[in-house]
Design a protein around this ligand. Structure first.
Ligand code: GUN
Length: 299
């Protein structure tokens, strides 16, 4: 009797090299753009309050601007800033010819309506792609600014040669930032996946994920899925960035995704890690949208 064992190893879809290749390309494009007599692209970032995670994201955005030679304007408003103050700052930034892109870091304090703030940003300066004009255009398959995280996921799939045509894609999470735009992109003509969106009211999550070729997990909760939710050969894109208390770390916490990464170690599954995964893509896609804003505004 011959007993054979097949040992599988998970494939780690790290995004450091993907993000670096995007930043390299953007650097060259920016140099060319400036050498043609254009002012460097510029990004205005607004943050309200002192959420530590938001402050980290905003700092990374500033560093990326610096790396590419973009102009960067940061506005830090107090936690108790009013919606009126924020809207009037956006009006100023909308009117300024030296500002190409505007980003208001979310979440905002509960006293401020995120919807009213997002709707105030001019669609042509909306580097996040969150305004109703850009989301509507995305659904219609028209040219628009696309939210940075789904855009980064598409770049990562393409970098690793992961095909989407006719594939079953399951998205876990229906946020405006990730789930909904991701669904719109994956079902677009030319991308051609069959898309299912699962959320907190989905009755049997596993029944959906076990049939998926591609799973995008953006639930905002650690361990939403483990390897028992995933079939052999599938691709898992983990969008989660959750801070877990860990006294052994200098900062007192560590980052984990929405998928239980360790559980995949002996499975025939490709998965993006956290950290080192999709989070790295979001900032480079923001830079790409900012350069695009600058180019369109010069036409
Ligand atoms: N907060 C978490 N992700 C994002 C993002 O992509 N854009 C903005 N503006 N805020 C966020």
């Amino acid at each position: 009797m011959v007993i054979s064992f097949i040992l599988f190893t998970m494939i780690r879809l790290g995004c450091k090299a993907v993000a670096a290749s995007v930043m390299d390309g953007l650097k060259k494009e920016t140099e060319l753009f400036v050498s043609e007599g254009n002012r460097a692209p510029s990004l205005a970032v607004v943050i309200v309050g002192h959420d530590p995670a938001s402050e980290t994201y905003v700092r990374k955005k500033a560093e990326a601007c610096e790396e590419l030679g973009f102009l960067h304007f940061q506005y830090s408003l107090d936690e108790d800033a009013t919606e009126g103050e924020l809207l009037s700052l956006i009006d100023d930034l909308n009117a300024r010819s030296d500002v190409d892109g505007i980003l208001v870091q979310l979440p905002l304090p509960p006293s401020i309506s995120e919807r009213r703030v997002i709707e105030r940003i001019l669609p042509e300066k909306d580097v996040d792609g969150f305004s109703p004009v850009n989301t509507g255009r995305l659904l219609n398959g028209e040219e628009c600014f696309i939210p940075c995280t789904p855009l980064g996921i598409m770049k990562t799939l393409s970098y690793y040669g992961i095909e989407t045509e006719g594939k079953e894609a399951v998205i876990i999470g229906r946020s405006n930032i990730v789930g909904k735009p991701m669904a719109a992109m994956l079902m677009q003509k030319g991308v051609d996946a069959t898309v299912t969106v699962c959320h907190t009211h989905t009755r049997d999550l596993k029944a959906h994920t076990l049939g998926a070729d591609i799973i995008i997990v953006a639930s905002g909760h650690p361990c939403t899925i483990d390897s028992s939710f995933v079939k052999d050969g599938a691709v898992v894109i983990d969008v989660g960035v959750n801070r877990i208390s860990d006294p052994s770390k200098e900062k007192g916490f560590r980052l984990v995704g929405d998928a239980d990464y360790q559980s995949f170690s002996d499975r025939d599954v490709s998965i993006t890690p956290v950290p080192g995964g999709i989070g790295l893509m979001t900032v480079s896609m923001l830079m790409s949208n900012t350069l695009e804003c600058a180019k369109r505004r010069r036409i």
